[in-house]
Ligand binder design. Structure first.
Ligand code: B12
Ligand code: SF4
Ligand code: SF4
Length: 292
């Protein structure tokens, strides 16, 4: 190794990487040991994506709180896309820099793609509702590096922003000093998120992914029926929706500004030190999908 090469490698350390990332406008950065990630279910090891991975750099950008409490979720969705853009651009930039220094590096986007599961891999049986899962669980990576905890709303809560941040990660071969996991006690179990959830996905003791998926993606409060006696109620619901919704115009808008029909579990949560003075005290339920 030449002298110049070894001095460049010395600059690749946790503090320097964090400083570089924060200079790009990222609010929170943490580093997890790739071999020691909390895996969740189904397990999402970083080493499945890169067997030689040493570190996972986790980044968070706070949402615009004005958009979180805007009257229509489409305003938030557009703003959310910009947080994703900032995160993804930074991940690409840092990824390229690390590869120039000789470390294989993989950015994991704040947005899609996701793996799609129609069948349960354990039993081979068809799921009632298709499930989607990220290539890496960003929430679990964030907990692994002491950025926050997972609240009753099933979201990452940080002391700074509560649930109001978007996440992104970079998997790399570079060995960087990891941050330690921490206990926070941010979620006091107030159940405001449970009360706010329009689909019933959030229960006091669990999160059911299927009703959330159907509400988040289509704004529907019922799953597709599996028994004949469920059909009349389902058809009534669809007819009610068709009175005010225009699927064609809506689809065009959704494909341009991404899909999101709900963030009520995020809006309801009072955690987040930085927002204490500007978080509205009252806020009506957010309208969805630009429909009147
Ligand atoms: C897929 C996905 C969804 C899906 C499924 C959610 C889910 N929990 O699985 C849907 C569309 C429903 C969804 C909804 C929401 N999401 Co989402 N989502 C993701 C994504 C892309 C992957 C999540 C994931 O795979 N996690 C890994 C699994 C292992 O962990 P898990 O989520 O705890 O576990 C669930 C699954 O395993 C599933 N499950 C259970 N058994 C099985 C079996 C099989 C075979 C499969 C496939 C799945 C499955 O159910 C579990 C929950 O019970 C992440 C980004 C990422 N790459 O991490 C964003 C992410 C988690 N979402 C986010 C947000 C904000 C939301 C929403 C508020 C919607 C919105 N408008 O943005 C809601 C919140 C719902 C909630 N309270 O959890 C943020 C969270 C930020 C934060 N502060 O924590 C993330 C991190 C995106 C980001 N870049 O910031 N999401
Ligand atoms: S995104 Fe909406 S439907 Fe899904 S858990 Fe949160 S509040 Fe419930
Ligand atoms: S709203 Fe209350 S119960 Fe739900 S995550 Fe936030 S603090 Fe926890």
């Amino acid at each position: 190794m030449t002298n110049t090469e070894s001095s460049r490698l010395e600059n690749i350390n946790a503090a320097a990487i964090k400083e570089l990332i924060q200079a790009e406008g990222i609010d929170l950065v943490g580093i997890a040991d790739a071999q020691n990630l909390i895996l969740a279910y189904p397990p999402r090891p970083a080493t499945d994506l890169m067997p030689t991975a040493k570190s996972v750099i986790v980044m968070a950008v706070a949402h615009s709180l004005g958009s979180v409490y805007a009257p229509d979720i489409m305003l938030w969705t557009r703003s959310k896309m910009q947080t994703s853009r900032l995160l993804d651009e930074t991940a690409e930039k840092v990824g390229r820099m690390l590869e120039h220094e000789g470390f294989l590096t993989l950015p994991i986007s704040a947005d899609k793609p996701v793996e799609i599961f129609k069948n349960n891999p354990k039993t081979g049986k068809k799921f009632r509702q298709t499930r989607t899962v990220g290539f890496l669980s960003l929430k679990h990576a964030a907990v692994s590096c002491g950025m926050g905890e997972i609240g009753k709303n099933n979201l990452l809560l940080t002391p700074e922003f509560g649930p109001h941040q978007r996440l992104c990660a970079i998997i790399t071969e570079a060995t960087l000093d990891p941050d330690l996991r921490q206990d926070f006690d941010l979620c006091d179990g107030c159940n405001k998120c449970v009360a706010a959830c329009p689909s019933g996905a959030l229960k006091p003791d669990r999160f059911d992914v299927d009703p959330c998926f159907v509400y988040w993606s289509l704004g529907l409060k019922r799953l597709l029926p599996v028994r004949f006696w469920e059909w009349p109620g389902y058809i009534r619901m669809i007819r009610q929706h068709m009175k005010r919704r225009d699927v064609l115009v809506e689809s065009g808008q959704i494909y341009i500004t991404d899909v999101d029909f709900c963030i009520e579990c995020m809006r309801a949560c009072p955690v987040g030190e930085r927002w204490k003075n500007i978080r509205p005290k009252t806020f009506p339920f957010q309208k969805s999908g630009g429909t009147g």
